[in-house]
Design a protein around this ligand. Structure first.
Ligand code: HPA
Ligand code: ZN
Length: 346
């Protein structure tokens, strides 16, 4: 069944320039590249083939995904591996009209295996430079602490990363949410704030609204990653509408990790209707069935989002980015040019 209004909104969603603000670079590692890097590095994988690995991507919750995601990352050993992984992401991002990406990386996943921090950061940073120069895609890196590890481990990771401070703009908090509330990391986030780093945290993906309040009040984050649990707390919805603290929502991730049963039940439209600064992102696109445009296309179709709502999502992604005022103005201008080309009125 075709619906011309939905078709137009999908076409606009594909074409419109946007920022991606919630992408774990290790989650962009496609099975083909996992096998190629395993061969290059002499790593033995517990899967016989690309198909066998892909067949294991049937997740029941966040933890069932994380177990396989950390196993996939074990093939990354050299700076060139990190570069190749990020470059493959940038090519996909460019194809989806992503003009700016703020990219998470999980250094503890690598340093725990004996990979030096310098290898991780320098491999990623060189791909970011190449993306700017050759594709015109801007980017920045955000270092994530693994919340299933201790705050002491996070402090040690921060110390190890500080010699490479120029290569990352902020810190985040990811991995297993339940049982690891933001309050566990209050001191290390305070230290990062003193250092002038941007602050974000995953909260309200599987965890309760209380974890989102902690991220706001204790960690003093500037964005929340996921945040779909906000729907359970009217006071929190009112606060988010008032402050416009951005939420980086990931619809296909929520579907694949069984946070929602069906995309038609996804709360994104309710959040937009409530005036929240929500953005759409891919989270771990190699594992969840699609990059940014796939997330937008499927969500637009499932929720019947309008062209106007697609424009709001693109503008929200610019509003929520950690870019300079002049970069933000040029990102808005790029959005406006496509809005004009689609003959949409402001
Ligand atoms: N949630 C928590 N940790 C993660 C995720 C996620 O969606 N992706 C990669 N690490
Ligand atoms: Zn995430």
């Amino acid at each position: 069944m075709t619906n011309p209004a939905v078709d137009r909104a999908v076409a606009l969603a594909r074409a419109i320039p946007k920022a991606e603000l919630h992408i774990h670079i290790e989650g962009s590692l496609e099975p083909e590249l996992i096998f190629a890097l395993a061969q290059r590095n002499g790593v033995t994988l517990p899967y016989a083939s690309v198909e066998a690995l892909r067949a294991a991507y049937a997740f029941t919750d966040l933890q069932s995904f994380l177990d396989i995601y950390y196993a996939g990352a074990s093939v990354l050993l050299q700076a060139q591996d990190f570069h190749d992984m990020a470059w493959a992401y940038f090519l996909r991002a460019k194809a989806d009209n992503v003009v700016h990406a703020e990219i998470f990386f999980d250094p503890q996943t690598h340093t725990a295996r004996g990979v030096p921090m310098a290898t991780v950061v320098q491999g990623l940073a060189s791909a970011c430079r190449q993306a700017e120069a050759e594709l015109g895609v801007g980017s920045a890196l955000i270092l994530c602490f693994l919340r299933h590890l201790s705050e002491e481990d996070a402090f040690a990771t921060l110390e190890e990363a500080l010699p490479y401070r120029e290569h990352f703009i902020g810190v985040g908090l990811d991995s297993s949410e339940l049982g690891h509330p933001p309050e566990k990391f209050e001191r290390v986030f305070a230290r990062c704030r003193e250092l002038g780093l941007h602050l974000v945290a995953h909260a309200g993906e599987e965890g309760p609204p209380e974890y989102m309040w902690q991220a706001i009040d204790l960690l003093k984050v500037q964005r929340i990653d996921h945040g779909v649990a906000a729907l359970q707390d009217p006071l929190l919805m009112a606060e988010l509408a008032h402050t416009r603290l951005p939420l980086t929502v990931c619809p296909l991730s929520n579907l694949k990790l069984c946070v929602v049963r069906d995309l038609r039940e996804h709360p994104l439209k309710t959040m937009l209707d409530a005036g929240l600064c929500v953005t759409v992102n891919s989270d771990d696109p190699a594992y969840f069935g699609g990059y940014l445009n796939a997330n937008l296309e499927q969500t637009v179709a499932a929720l019947g989002l309008t062209e106007r709502e697609v424009v709001v999502l693109a503008r929200n992604s610019v509003e929520a980015s950690f870019v300079s005022d002049s970069q933000r103005a040029s990102l808005y201008a790029a959005v406006n040019r496509v809005v004009a080309a689609f003959e949409l009125k402001d």
